[in-house]
Design a protein around this ligand. Structure first.
Ligand code: MOS
Length: 741
């Protein structure tokens, strides 16, 4: 099997295999696994953001009919603090009386019904000794900020230096300095967090709404101090994650703990309101960007100093300065990240962490530089085009960004852009055009898969991965069908069970490429076994042929030497008296990832209309052109583009998780007040993939595309608003009041 065999099914815009199950309600989500005797849990959350619990009065709650247990720090068992999860205070829940943030999970009521649990939880009276919390972040450097240690991940250090930024910036003919603020955001996936846990002796079965079943298994094993093999985590369907289901949060530990204490299976479904705090959010951040350039716009110096809020008990860094390190060619670059611990919950990854936020500053700064140097924004990006990754000092494995700009500009009609703000009008509407670059790293994560070819000509392929709703089931079946030479109907791909071969969590857009590679290797290995059987079989037309001259297609092995000889899978296996052939496939990052810098790229072109008198902002047109190598399924990938750009519009115009600074409590903890874009906020989108397979990235030639489209999207909106109005708003979301200056 050669790696650039023409793809037959891979790339096709097939509909989701799991679609019918979802629309008919047969797809079971974590809160829908209700084993016999299941009890329901309802969380008790803190109503202060800082202080201690002085007393808990649960006498009335205990009397509510159906209540089985009320668990708080007073009666919760001690968890193992020395395991691999020991660095994550997050999971060491209900171990003391301290309150670190609003809506901290401080207890749980277990009852026969969800109604009883919920009502009882509402009448548990908690007495606090409240202290004054601090949730305020400013863009000013202060002694309370701290530099996180380097993450240890390739390419991610807290600070970076290339050349001599200070000297180059001081000497630059054109200098631009701006601080950009991005509000705290939250994921709000359609399916809120939920967990069902059931113990049998010291083994635990857990159904969790998660982006990583293997992480749930290992973290719970750590805090309960049991071997990982005693825990089976299952997640067949996840109703969206966007990063908030990429970590194991305290409610998962609480559910397992409640099931253990009560001796019954327990199901805990979080209410939307309860999710604004204890299950992560994108942290509020300030980014000070400095660009030094010559008069033609050629960059001489760049810096990004990022200040991010953090909680007080764990650490999450929004690496917003990363794009500044490599996106443009520039000899002198400095970047820093600093954290401010506050009395808030733990922030976490949210769709394209670092890159959505980092492009929301840099790509606006580039627009400002275009105006400062009187250069077209597209031209400015071409002048500063990075031919190689100057941060890592490596060539890009593949980069077609220039093509993205060209195709996008042509389809959008960028040549009709008027540089002068307020020059395009339609009645009371000011019309503006905005451009921004998209980029996301080509991450890779270890994965394993197993392929079983059966004598009836069907195949079963499994991997302990998960499908967040992005289309993993479908894309992996496509990979397997091509590698096995079987039609889609004959391939069954399953995931979401730690009993399957282990795969990493689904984050960082790694699943398609990494799990896909493992699937392909497993299927290739099965075909190799089949080839060995056929070529050694005197009854096979392929007997004696060398492996290189045989390929798999149409459920047959086929000679590629021009002889037209074929042998059906079913017949080869029957003659060999084999009921099935089984093989494993393993993928890891590989050596290529040290020889090349890997990123996907793209270009957004946005049109906005701003009402001259009312300041109302409408996004009216969008062209997005993306370079992510081979696209595995052009239909599900397109959905990712729509979703990512929609979230980018949310960042630019709507999303803002607001805290009352006096109490550090979230004021808009529901979807009525936390605004995400709805259909009426989103224009039709013209999306193009520049499909050039990148076999340096992996054997399938492509990257995952879940995160790429949100990067740059908010900046394109912001730049279009400036072009329409001449008002530069350096904070997101940009609301109409900020335009009416
Ligand atoms: Mo994504 S924020 O890496 O789940």
């Amino acid at each position: 099997m050669t790696e650039n065999k023409t793809d037959v099914i891979l790339g096709k815009p097939l509909t989701r295999l799991d679609g019918p199950k979802k629309v008919t309600g047969q797809a079971k989500y974590a809160a829908e696994w209700l084993p016999p005797g299941v009890k329901h849990a309802w969380l008790i959350q803190s109503t202060i953001a800082k202080g201690t619990i002085e007393g808990i009065d649960d006498a009335d709650a205990k009397k509510v009919p159906g209540v089985v247990a009320i668990i708080t720090h007073k009666n919760a068992p001690q968890l193992n603090q020395k395991g691999s999860a020991h660095l994550e205070h997050e999971l060491l829940i209900m171990q003391d009386n301290k309150i670190y943030h609003d809506r901290q999970n401080i207890g749980v009521v277990v009852a026969d019904t969800i109604e009883a649990a919920r009502y009882a939880a509402s009448i548990v009276r908690v007495h606090y000794k409240a202290e004054t919390p601090d949730s305020k972040l400013s863009g000013k450097t202060a002694s309370t900020l701290f530099a996180p240690p380097d993450s240890g991940m390739r390419n991610i250090s807290t600070d970076s230096h290339r050349g001599d930024f200070d000297a180059a910036y001081a000497a630059a003919p054109i200098k631009l300095e701006a601080t950009y603020r991005i509000a705290r955001e939250i994921h709000v996936p359609m399916e809120p967090h939920a967990t069902t846990a059931e113990w049998s002796g010291d083994t635990l079965t857990i159904h969790d709404a998660t982006q990583g079943i293997s992480g749930v298994q290992s973290r719970l094993a750590s805090i309960f101090d049991i071997p990982a093999k005693n825990i089976r985590c299952i997640c067949k369907f996840t109703g969206g994650g966007f990063g908030c289901k990429g970590s194991v949060w305290s409610h998962v530990a609480i559910t397992a703990l409640a099931a253990k204490m009560t001796g019954s299976p327990v199901c805990l479904a979080m209410e939307r309101r309860q999710s604004f705090g204890p299950v992560g959010f994108r942290p509020h951040n300030f980014q000070t960007v400095k660009l030094g350039a010559d008069k033609s716009g050629k960059l001489l110096a760049m810096s990004n100093d990022t200040i991010v809020e953090n909680c007080r008990y764990d650490q999450y860094v929004e690496y917003a300065a990363l794009p500044t390190r490599f996106l443009y060619s520039c000899p002198n670059v400095r970047t820093t990240h600093r954290l401010k611990p506050l009395d808030i919950g733990k922030p976490t990854f949210q769709r394209a962490p670092g890159f959505s936020t980092g492009t929301a500053s840099l790509e606006v700064a580039m627009d400002e530089l275009a105006y400062a140097t009187n250069t077209d924004p597209l031209q400015l990006r071409l002048i500063n085009y990075a031919e190689r990754d100057e941060h890592e000092d490596l060539p890009f494995s593949n980069k077609n960004l220039r093509k993205c700009y060209e195709i996008g500009a042509q389809r959008f009609g960028w040549d009709k852009r008027q540089a002068q703000p307020r020059s395009l009008k339609d009645g009371p509407w000011l019309i503006g055009y905005g451009l921004a670059t998209a980029t996301y790293p080509g991450h890779f994560s270890p994965a394993q898969a197993k392929a079983v070819l059966k004598s009836d000509g069907t195949a079963q392929v499994t991997s302990g991965s998960q499908d967040l709703g992005t289309g993993t089931y479908t894309a992996m079946a496509q990979v397997a069908a091509d590698a096995l030479g079987l039609p889609m109907e004959s391939v069954h791909f399953d995931l979401g069970d730690t009993d399957f071969p282990a795969a990493s969590g689904s984050g960082g857009s790694t699943t398609a490429g990494s799990v896909g590679t493992a699937v392909k290797y497993a299927c290739d290995a099965v075909i190799d076994q089949l080839v060995a059987l056929a070529t050694a079989d005197q009854k096979s037309p392929l007997q004696g042929l060398s492996k290189e001259n045989i390929t798999a297609a149409n459920s047959c092995l086929i000679a590629t030497d021009g002889s037209q000889k074929t042998d059906r899978f079913t017949e080869i296996m029957q003659r060999a008296d084999r009921s099935q052939l089984t093989a494993m496939g393993t993928s890891d990052a590989g050596k290529l990832h040290r020889k090349y810098s890997m990123y996907s790229f793209g270009a957004h072109f946005a049109e906005v209309r701003v009402h001259e008198e009312l300041g109302q902002i409408r996004v009216t047109r969008w062209v997005g052109v993306f370079d992510a190598g081979k696209i595995y399924n052009t239909r599900t990938a397109l959905s990712q583009m729509y979703g990512g750009i929609t979230m980018g519009i949310g960042m630019a115009l709507l999303e803002n998780m607001i805290m009352d600074p006096r109490y550090a409590r979230t004021m808009n903890a529901d979807l009525a007040e936390y605004h995400v874009p709805v259909n009426a906020d989103v224009p039709p989108m013209d999306i193009v993939f520049v499909e050039e397979p990148d076999y340096k990235a992996n054997v399938l030639g492509g990257y995952g595309v879940g995160e790429l489209p949100i990067t740059g999207a908010a900046a394109a909106v912001s730049n279009a608003i400036y072009n329409a109005t001449g008002v530069r708003v350096r904070e997101m979301p940009i609301t109409l009041d900020t335009l009416l200056t």
